[in-house]
Design a protein around this ligand. Sequence first.
Ligand code: KG4
Ligand code: ZN
Length: 337
Amino acid sequence: MILSIESSCDDSAIAITDISSKKLLYHNKISQEAEHSAYGGVVPELASRLHAVGLPEVLEGALPYIDRLKAVAVTNQPGLAITLNEGLMMAKSIALLQHIPLIPVHHLKGHIYSLFIEKETIMPLLVLLISGGHTQIIRVEHFGHMEIVATSMDDSIGESFDKVAKMMGLGYPGGPLIEALARQGDENRFSLPVPLRNSPLIAFSLSGLKNAVRLEVERLGGEAHMSEQDRADLAASFQKAIKLHLLQKSKKVFAKEPIKDFAMVGGASANLYLRNAYEDLCRTFGKTMHTAPLKYCSDNAAMIGRYAIDAYHQETHCDPLAVHVERSRKQQNGTLL
Ligand code: KG4
Ligand code: ZN
């Protein structure tokens, strides 16, 4: 069995996964969304204090398995350095006490493996990863080779949902709030710019669109003066622009990618409006679409554990003392490190 820990942002999560059957035996997560909501985003200092309480709490249910562990896995990049370190210190302690190896896991590769929880892997695979920190299209050839083919030049999709929600006084996280509000709105009321529409670049950009929403909020007299209908219409129009942007760039990738399997992962892949749009796109291009169960789209430890099973078989596990939190860098196109 493998014990896996996730603490890269605002979720304290721990899982136990059986190595040979890939079965998830235990998963528990404490989300800090409510605590960060008042600030309209994640406050690192607060996140760190909450992990200090949350991680031991979710560890408790994993203790009955502790003597049967073959390895411990932990997210060590990318993410908030202070919260990653809290998970890493716990992982190191368990690994050293049990005399077992430690498997460092790249959070984005973990998101990709959310597709394979309790399942066999499907590779090669084309993946759209849309989370709070990243927006990328990744070509996954196999476990050891993942290539970023398109990435955001500024904000990520999830981040733009969060910032737009904050502008409209909705709270955090913005994604689910905007999606729900958009269902009551007219997506054609505001004509917001579709980012990079006339650019040949295969890349994403969200900051211009975010600014266009800000200008509409100002035009309406500020957030406090917006009616419920104004909010719903603006949410719907924003979500439509996001969809058109994602589809336009994805079409360019689809047109030259022979890989038949396509997947959406990450927190924003829980968005059903975006999922439906990609279902249609996949049908047009003859691709098969895959998604993770809704509960495993956002950060969790089950995906970290599932990745760790493949890493365990590849013997990429390490001496616990040699694993560190890697410095986060904004990765452009190229191999996903
Ligand atoms: O993957 P995730 O849990 O954490 C990161 O690795 O960043 O993603 C969190 C992000 C947040 O920005 C949140 O607003 C967004 O995912 N999100 C959504 C939806 N549910 C969560 N965005 C759009 N629509 C949703 N339904
Ligand atoms: Zn994530």
